[in-house]
Design a protein around this ligand. Structure first.
Ligand SMILES: Cc1cc2nc3c(=O)[nH]c(=O)nc-3n(C[C@H](O)[C@H](O)[C@H](O)COP(=O)(O)OP(=O)(O)OC[C@H]3O[C@@H](n4cnc5c(N)ncnc54)[C@H](O)[C@@H]3O)c2cc1C
Length: 444
């Protein structure tokens, strides 16, 4: 969880895993839009650069504040709800874990969520953070109205328009804070619902045979493929009536997070770190320990799962139609050489959506995430992945490690130049650009 005290006290900013660091000259946390506008106007006049940082949960350098770091920690909370239209307006700095309870009061909920909820709403929207579900898109796709302050300190509001003509909406989707600082976001929400989670350990072939059928017959399907073992954990979430999670289940989640993940899994990870030749064995032990867990509760209680140990992550979107061939080849390659990683590969599905920088580029996708335990060298796996994903025209998650060059990104995102033209209108003096954004988008 983000701690403002820690953020203020430490001269260094670092991301969740600790690999992206910066020493900003100033750390500012405005309490109002007017205060934020003044900060931006002054930075522009002083030719200084700003990065708004959310909960620092991006693995890439997209949030790295090299000169002025701004946190919207004081600009949080639910502002209004239109129950009939199913719209909820929130301050952009609200943490995702604050949204579930607030919406429940109105019988409403977020349509979908990822597997943790420590992120800020604006941070999650800016990188198109997603969960899983063949009929469901990212949190960026749930935004109906954006309010933001641009690089000149001017405030703007944009309502999502006709999909055929809403160019600005397409640019705002997954915009990495390059058009300005979001201050309020109105989300399209759904009626409060519950979820039931089921887990099964399957042989790879068994899981693949029923992958599409399971994906279409459940609201959410997620796989964890244990590298080098030919085993997958298949997790499904089914919609049920909204019921709160029992106290017993909450205790069990806490136990899992403290004992199983921080204890047993941590020791296995350390073993793999100290003796990398054991990674395959560690992967096999982890696979064999998958419990036949059933969890139930409000959706926002079931989506997040305990994350005990820290890791680095790289993630690619590929066409759903390519999934069988791609994942079979990956499984085969990793059976022979697991590239030094014992962490399961996470597989999710994602509905195609608009957005100039949407990694789906309008196509239904399978999303593959690769993790490496903190302290172990992620280069062998991530370099291999970068090369391998070219074959599938894999597009990276903006918040995760990617090694693609500007030229490669241009090929994958045909509207990138148009996005950058729109960006220039809102930030003519590049107040919001850091070195990572410049490396990826060749702006300065
Ligand atoms: C343990 C873990 C689990 C994760 N699980 C998932 C998952 O299930 N699904 C998934 O898709 N991703 C996942 N991620 C990635 C994460 O959701 C994204 O990287 C997300 O952007 C992080 O949000 P944040 O609030 O920490 O933003 P940051 O990482 O701090 O910032 C992300 C970007 O948003 C910009 N930004 C922040 N606030 C604003 C604002 N007010 N206005 C404009 N721009 C702003 C920043 O400048 C930066 O470019 C996970 C990450 C971790 C560490």
């Amino acid at each position: 969880m983000f701690s403002l005290k820690q953020w203020n006290q430490s001269p260094e900013w670092q991301n969740w895993v600790g690999y992206e660091t910066a020493q900003p000259q100033q750390k500012l946390s405005p309490s109002s839009v007017t205060e934020l506008q003044e900060i931006i106007k002054k930075a522009r006049a002083d030719k200084q650069r700003i990065r708004v940082t959310g909960a620092a949960h991006s693995f890439s350098g997209c949030a790295k504040p090299e000169e002025i770091a701004v946190s919207l920690h004081h600009m949080r909370g639910l502002i209004s709800v239109d129950k009939d239209a199913k719209l909820a307006t929130l301050y952009a700095g609200t943490y995702l874990y604050e949204i579930g309870d607030a919406l429940k009061e109105y019988g409403l909920a977020l349509e979908n969520m990822g597997d943790v909820q420590a992120q800020t709403l604006a941070g999650a929207v800016s990188t198109a953070t997603h969960g899983t579900g063949i009929t469901l898109g990212s949190i960026a796709n749930q935004v109906e109205v954006w309010e933001w302050v641009d690089g000149c300190g001017e405030i703007h509001t944009h309502h999502r328009g006709d999909p055929e003509t809403d160019e600005l909406g397409d640019a705002l989707h997954a915009s990495l804070g390059m058009l300005g600082v979001f201050t309020k976001l109105t989300l399209r929400v759904v009626e409060l619902y519950g979820l039931k989670e089921d887990n099964q350990l399957l042989d790879f072939e068994e899981g693949l045979e029923c992958f599409y059928e399971t994906a279409y017959s459940h609201r959410h399907l997620e796989w964890f493929l244990f590298p080098g073992t030919n085993k997958i954990q298949q997790k499904t979430l089914t919609m049920i009536a909204p019921v709160p999670m029992t106290a017993k289940q909450k205790r069990r989640d806490k136990f899992d997070s403290i004992v199983t993940l921080n204890g047993a899994f941590y020791l296995l990870c350390e073993l793999a770190r100290i003796k990398p030749s054991l990674t395959k064995k560690v992967s096999a032990i982890s696979a064999s320990a998958i419990p036949n867990t059933k969890r139930e509760g409000y959706s926002y209680e079931v989506f997040p799962t305990p994350r005990g140990v820290k890791f680095n992550e790289s993630e690619y979107f590929i066409k759903l139609a390519d999934f069988d061939e791609c994942i079979s080849e990956i499984n085969h390659i990793l059976l022979a050489d697991n590239k030094g990683s014992h962490f399961p590969i996470e597989v999710r599905t994602h509905k195609g959506e608009r957005g100039m920088l949407s990694p789906t580029q309008g196509e239904d996708c399978a999303v593959l995430s690769f993790h490496v335990y903190k302290g172990m060298d992620s280069e062998p796996l991530f370099m291999w992945l970068y090369e391998y994903m070219k074959k599938w025209h894999g597009r990276p998650h903006w918040g995760k490690v990617n090694k693609l060059s500007n030229a490669e990104l241009q090929m994958l995102y045909p509207k990138l130049d148009r996005f950058l033209e729109i960006r220039r209108q809102y930030d003519p003096d590049n107040v919001f650009i850091n070195s990572w954004l410049n490396e990826k988008f060749s702006i300065l």
